[in-house]
Design a protein around this ligand. Structure first.
Ligand code: CUA
Length: 428
């Protein structure tokens, strides 16, 4: 499936383009390699010193304009063609496809979190309908990760403190591996996810089955944050301008800066302007905006950007559709804990299907006996789980590295109980 030369149908438009480029460079290089090496061997044999022969004088050649021109010209053309062809493919991969769905991807030690425009999120699994382009907005919450889809021949670093983008053209239904391709700590090798490309009908049915998301759409969350954070004191959404530029229609616009340069107001520009407003001040406005570095989390910044985009009319439709879907939904037991386990990042190291990752699997954990590092045993009851979440170093399970962070003070009593309630549902 992921092999370049198995003649399988291309999983994505980028697959075919990258493979063709790779093949072109390989074939041309191979041709010249064989030519040069072949001539080298031929000349070595042809002009060798023969036994018994008279030593002849080395001819005195002072240059050959024609020959030199040819061997400068041909390699130049070859290398320039590599560059041009590579540039064409690169440009195509980097050009935003119209109508792409935005999905935020956050790398965390050691998982990928996907956040959809409707406010839904998922861990280590992204589902998209076939034939619809997707724009991934990549970032990281801790160290540098790298988002790699071998079957699509696409790879992009996920860097803390900035956004990178990647465009997908899913052309074929199937399940494709997503790997982290940058060593990011002890759980690096388990940091994997799946890209599931579905028929549009199957995708719609899956969404239907999954039910509407629990909260607001991403843009809706952003709207609430913009109101709460006081942005509207200086920025109008529509109508008369206040202290700063209007937010309506800002996304995607060319912006003239105070130093005379222009930038496009894309995700990265808006992110930077929220966290470091003095970096790129719009011409004609005072540089008075405070930084939101401390007060907004990376998830919140993503939500605000989704909201600003919706103001340009780009993504407004989908969120409307979602709002209608949202009524009449009841949470099954453990549902809240399940959501917490996903958002807190527990699944980066713990599986729920019994497989062993960095830490013990959650499946069947509750109520069982665990062997501890340094001897002794413990029953994985509520008290044990509570302690292990609050202060993981107190009782480390034998054979696992002592790397889990403390959650004491970071998780409320209520949430802790919800997580334990969820772990109980996994005891089989
Ligand atoms: Cu994340 Cu390697």
């Amino acid at each position: 499936m992921a092999n370049a030369y198995t003649l399988g149908e291309a999983a994505s438009r980028t697959t075919g383009e990258v493979d063709a480029l790779f093949l072109f460079i390989t074939v041309v290089s191979l041709f010249f390699f064989l030519l040069v090496e072949g001539l080298l061997i031929y000349f070595a044999i042809r002009y060798r010193r023969r036994k018994g022969g008279e030593p002849s004088e080395t001819p005195d050649i002072r240059g050959n304009l024609l020959l030199e021109t040819i061997w400068i010209l041909i390699p130049t053309i070859v290398v320039a063609s590599f560059f041009y062809y590579g540039y064409r493919v690169f440009r195509d991969i980097r050009t935003p496809p119209p109508g792409a769905t935005d999905i935020h991807v956050v790398g965390r030690q050691w998982l990928f979190e996907f956040r959809y425009p409707d406010g839904r999120s998922s861990i280590n699994e992204i589902r998209v309908p076939v034939g619809r382009p997707v724009k991934l907005i990549l970032s990281s919450d801790d160290v540098i990760h790298s988002f790699y889809i071998p079957a699509y021949r696409l790879k992009q670093d996920m860097v803390p403190g900035r956004y990178n983008t990647l465009y997908l053209h899913p052309d074929k239904v199937g399940t494709y591996d997503i790997l982290c391709a940058e060593y990011c700590g002890v759980g690096h090798s388990t940091m994997r996810a799946e890209l599931i490309v579905m028929e549009p009908a199957a995708y719609a049915a899956w969404r239907e089955k999954k039910g509407a998301p629990a909260g607001l759409s991403l843009a809706g969350q952003g709207k609430a944050l913009v109101e709460k954070s006081g942005c509207l004191g200086c920025h109008a959404v529509e109508g008369e301008e206040k202290v700063g530029p209007n937010l309506g229609g800002i996304f995607g616009r060319k912006v003239l800066l105070s130093d005379g340069t222009t930038v496009t107001a894309d995700e990265e520009y808006l992110r930077e302007s929220l966290l470091d407003p003095k970096a790129k001040v719009v011409k004609g406005y005072p540089a008075v905006m405070p930084t939101f570095k401390e007060s907004l989390s990376s998830d919140e910044v993503g939500a605000i950007i989704a909201y600003l985009k919706s103001l340009s009319g780009v993504k407004a439709k989908e969120s409307e559709e979602e709002k209608e879907e949202k009524e009449g939904r009841e949470a099954p037991p453990g549902q809240k804990g399940k959501e917490l386990v996903e958002t807190l990042g527990c699944l980066g190291c713990h599986s729920v299907d019994g497989s062993v990752r960095v830490g013990p699997s959650f499946k069947g954990l509750f109520g069982g006996q665990v062997e501890l590092e340094g001897g002794g045993k413990a029953t994985a009851d509520e008290a044990y789980l509570r302690e292990s979440i609050n202060r993981p170093k107190a009782k480390v399970v034998k054979g696992f590295p002592d790397v889990m962070p403390e959650f004491q003070g970071k998780i409320s009593e209520e949430d802790l109980s919800a997580v334990i309630a969820y772990l109980k549902t996994l005891k089989q």
